[in-house]
Design a protein around this ligand. Sequence first.
Ligand SMILES: [Zn+2]
Length: 89
Amino acid sequence: MVINAMERIIKDLLDEYKNRLYLHCTCDECLDDILALTLNKTLPRYVTKEENITYIKANFVDKQELTSLLVKLAECAKIVSNRPICHNT
Ligand SMILES: [Zn+2]
């Protein structure tokens, strides 16, 4: 099994911060779109074991990297919010 650890890490971030990202729409479609967009701008970190995600999160994602991930997330949230792919808004 190959997992991109960043996928989980960014998904967690998005869950945590979605209320502070001024999203016009928070449906699953839009959240997935934000996640995909952010991941495309982020270097993947592949792991072969589920438990290694926690290791990566603890040891490789420092405060500075977390901040830049959040900036990317906010940028992508803005792009999706301005042009939602769903028809809820
Ligand atoms: Zn939506």
